[in-house]
Ligand binder design. Structure first.
Ligand SMILES: Nc1ncnc2c1ncn2[C@@H]1O[C@H](COP(=O)(O)OP(=O)(O)OP(=O)(O)O)[C@@H](O)[C@H]1O
Length: 251
């Protein structure tokens, strides 16, 4: 790979990347090295996507997101090096460690996640792949990874754009924003189900199977676009706080 990095183990193998835990022999720190899958290295589009993931990581500066250290390529393989977050992803915690989250804990996870989404959206970055394997938990602190599908909307001055392209631009942004909100709803629902082992053979809709505070139901319905979709993180935050308060009063 690179003489500077000693591979300790493979920690992930996703759709287009292989993720290694490595020792950086220069700093003696553990790092994560992501490699574009060899079979795809000749596909220009994949290379472009990998490069845009790198460019995006470069614009991030948040302690709950990976820090980009360097990029390199050898023999036509592309790599980038980022900080190692020594936590477990939510998927492994739920499926292998059987971790459960009650209503309050699930809402608190959403609260942390919303802060990270707010940071990204403020920078016009839309993650577009908010899922439990992309969320790491380390000592109850949440970290967000995998910006492979993320998009940064470059906002041109309105005078530089025709009104048509300005409108398209705004529509794309709205769509990407809504996608991230929707994914937050799915994550919340996922967490809530961890304490409700389905006893019913015929699957019931969540509104019947889960007995949740009405504030949580309202929040979920708007995130999942069953009710009027949210238009800002601030709106979500207001309802999330109402749900958290309702839960505190109850318990
Ligand atoms: N910086 C990091 N620190 C610690 N673990 C990481 C880091 N980046 C990735 N991982 C681990 O590697 C796994 C795969 O990483 P990532 O999701 O970035 O790859 P991917 O190829 O895009 O995968 P997928 O197609 O499944 O989304 C993650 O679920 C996580 O467990």
């Amino acid at each position: 790979m690179h003489e500077r990095y000693k591979v300790l183990k493979v920690i992930g193998s996703g759709s287009y990347g292989i993720v290694y835990l490595c020792k950086d022999l220069k700093s003696q720190e553990n790092r994560v090295v992501k490699q574009l899958r060899p079979s795809k290295r000749r596909h220009r589009k994949e290379v472009e996507l990998f490069k845009s993931e790198i460019a995006l990581l470069h614009t991030l500066n948040h302690k709950k997101m990976p820090k980009l250290y360097e990029t390199f390529s050898t023999d036509g393989y592309f790599f980038y090096v980022m900080s190692f977050i020594n936590g477990d992803n939510l998927e492994d915690l739920i499926f292998y460690s059987k971790k459960t989250f009650n209503e309050q804990e699930s809402l608190l996870i959403l609260h942390q996640l919303l802060g990270l989404v707010d940071y990204l959206h403020t920078k016009n970055i839309y993650h577009q792949d908010l899922r439990i394997p992309n969320i790491l938990l380390k000592n109850n602190e949440l970290f967000l990874i995998d910006f492979g599908l993320s998009q940064q909307q470059i906002l041109s001055a309105p005078s530089q754009l025709s009104s048509g392209s300005l409108q398209n631009n705004q529509e794309d942004t709205q769509e990407m924003k809504q996608q991230d909100y929707y994914d937050l709803g799915e994550i919340l629902l996922y967490l809530l189900y961890t304490t409700y082992p389905s006893k019913n053979k015929k699957a019931l809709p969540w509104t019947e199977e889960l007995s949740l505070m009405k504030e949580t139901v309202y929040l979920l319905k708007r995130l999942l676009q069953i009710k009027e979709p949210y238009s800002s993180v601030r709106e979500i935050s207001t309802d999330l706080h109402a749900a958290l308060r309702a839960n505190e009063r109850e318990h």
